[in-house]
Design a protein around this ligand. Structure first.
Ligand code: SF4
Length: 576
């Protein structure tokens, strides 16, 4: 056995050859235990790991050799690759057993999340590249959610769908049903590359520089079909922004590809290409930063692949709080990191000064709601407001019907927890909007409601300190109910814990859940309030303004903040 392996790993590899995992090897599935032993080509004790899992095994071994103690999730991946546990999960489903503890971690590789103790149920998160799916797929998700889940879905802040209230027996049928519908949940949780986001108006947006859909799709399939790209040190987000009217929030991703136009006269071919931004993780108060690198359009997938491989080899596997790409970049700096990426690629990245890139068109913070003309004359996209991202299965079927009857057959989800139907003819807009109203939804909203984002909260997430969706709803109902006319876009982001799925640091007003003490012993649900966050050209991390505000007091506090802004703003000054 190589000297690169720790005593633990040696013991594991030896046990693996003689035991259970050798059986797995006979099924031809290379495991995290080392794929050379699975192949049986060499005695395990002598084998260097090879195959798709080797890059991970070597990284784990190197960190152990350096004296680091791997976190339990790393050991779980090494002991049994989550993809090799599928048959076991099927057996558990047949017995009505949930996958819990480290098996909960493993089953997240398949897109199922056990959400106990909040609920004795699974949640399933899909993958929908660029957030675009066909109407018939949307209908299929509705059918599956009705048959196997709680009869509703949520649109997430990664332009994705989640279904909840899935029983132990129904988890596997749900994810297998997704595959039947041409969808998947694979790799949507745990230490994997998450749903690939892109500009939601791709291909129909009059101001876009680039249609992001082919790139999001190619990266999606690239991930899905390469086992070595699963089981990273931590989760990993990639977004493609085509400079359309609706922000894709690419600067909040580990890799943000931004379509830009390179000017003539800078020693590189002028035209549209990708600018590479790295290290976004707003829950840790960092946006993806411009690397100065531009990437030819057809090289984006290769560059993303190389970045992920460098991260796999270098990311910290001993501290979950420091395991994201940002921390490698903080420790190494861009120069060293990009040099490693170039080594992996085998070619040199192109760098340009900031003034080589033309200013990008600005996004419109309200373009995800209502009727907007497409670049195709006579056609429109219509943004439908969803109450904090929630859709009943009946509404999903009706929207699928609407897309096929009046639109182009696509349903486009956005990171703003709503959806668009594209390709609606001018003459059909009124009938479309009436039908949306008939199913209890809307195509217009107040500026406060339009910019309201909330994570799952304690109705379905064990990490939440508060009922995010409930209090977000109270805030919007209160502000709208008193008729406070907020005439500029205002984003209110309500998140339940430091994981910041609703990205409270980028909201004009950001709330993060807190248990608020009311006496020496008791607490009630509440929030700490932040102000002044932004994204895109206004990218700013919000600063904390108030701590320990009881949830029931938040509507009045937000009202005061908005009234203060309206009274004291200077002309067209924004809230931020
Ligand atoms: Fe759960 Fe926290 Fe994410 Fe909200 S931010 S969904 S509470 S993990």
């Amino acid at each position: 056995m190589s000297g690169d392996f720790s005593p633990d790993q040696k013991r594991y590899l030896e046990g693996f050859v003689s035991g259970v995992q050798a059986v797995r090897g006979s099924r031809g599935a290379p495991g995290f235990g080392g794929s050379a032993p699975f192949g049986g080509a060499a005695p395990a004790a002598e084998a260097e790991p090879t195959g798709p899992d080797a890059i991970h095994l070597k990284a784990m071994a190197a960190q152990e050799k350096a004296g680091k103690k791997l976190v339990p999730q790393e050991k779980a991946k090494r002991e049994e690759h989550p993809f090799d546990a599928y048959a076991r999960f099927k057996d558990m489903a047949e017995k009505g057993q949930f996958a819990k503890q480290l098996d909960d971690f493993r089953i997240r590789f398949h897109g199922l999340f056990y959400v106990g103790p909040t609920q004795d149920a699974y949640m399933c998160r899909l993958r929908i590249h660029n957030g675009v799916l066909k109407a018939w797929q949307f209908r299929a998700v509705a059918d599956l959610s009705e048959q196997y889940a709680g009869g509703f879905t949520h649109v997430t802040t990664r332009a994705n769908l989640q279904a909840r209230e899935i029983s132990a027996a129904n988890g596997i049928p749900f994810i297998e049903g997704l595959v039947d519908a041409g969808l998947t949940a694979k790799g949507s949780g745990a230490d994997n590359i998450r749903n690939v986001t892109g500009t939601p108006t791709a291909g129909v947006d009059p101001q876009e520089l680039l249609d992001t859909r082919p790139y999001a799709k190619e990266w999606h399939h690239h991930i899905l079909n390469d086992r070595s790209l699963y089981g990273l040190p931590r989760k990993f987000n990639v977004a493609f922004d085509g400079a359309g009217r609706i922000a894709a929030l690419e600067d909040t991703n580990d890799i943000g590809f931004q379509a830009v136009e390179v000017k003539d006269g800078f020693g590189v071919a002028p035209g549209v290409c990708w600018r590479l931004a790295l290290g976004g993780i707003t829950g840790h108060k960092d946006f993806a930063r411009d690397t100065g690198v531009i990437v030819p359009l057809d090289k984006a997938i290769k560059v993303a692949d190389a970045i992920v491989r460098v991260f796999i080899a270098s990311g910290d596997r001993s501290d979950r709080n420091k395991a994201r790409l940002k921390y490698v970049l903080d420790a190494w700096g861009f120069d060293k990191f990009l040099a490693e990426v170039e080594k992996t690629l085998g070619w040199t990245l192109t760098r340009v000064p900031p003034d080589a890139v033309a200013p990008r068109p600005e996004s419109d913070r309200l373009a995800h709601i209502g009727v907007h003309p497409q670049k195709q004359p006579g056609l429109n996209w219509v943004g439908v407001v969803l109450p904090l991202g929630k859709l009943t299965c009946g509404q999903m079927r009706s929207l699928a019907d609407l897309s096929e009857r009046y639109g182009d057959g696509d349903v486009r989800l956005t990171v703003w927890q709503n959806l668009l139907i594209s390709g609606v003819k001018d003459a059909d807009v009124a009938a479309f909007e009436q039908t949306v109203a008939d199913i209890g939804l809307a195509t217009s909203a107040s500026n406060v409601r339009a910019g309201l984002v909330a994570c799952t909260g304690n109705r379905g997430c064990k990490f939440a300190a508060s009922d995010t969706k409930g209090f977000a709803d109270l805030i919007a109902n209160h502000v709208d109910g008193i008729g406070l006319a907020v005439d500029t876009p205002v984003n209110i982001h309500v998140t339940g814990c430091h994981n910041s799925c609703a990205q409270h640091y980028i909201g004009d007003i950001g709330l993060i859940g807190a248990k608020v003490p009311i006496n020496d012993e008791d607490t009630v649900e509440g929030f700490h309030l932040h102000v002044g966050g932004g994204f895109g050209s206004d990218a700013t991390i919000g600063r904390e303004l108030l701590r320990d505000v009881k949830g029931e007091d938040c509507p009045a506090v937000v009202e005061k903040m908005l009234r203060g802004y309206l009274a004291k703003r200077d002309g067209a000054e924004t809230f931020a």
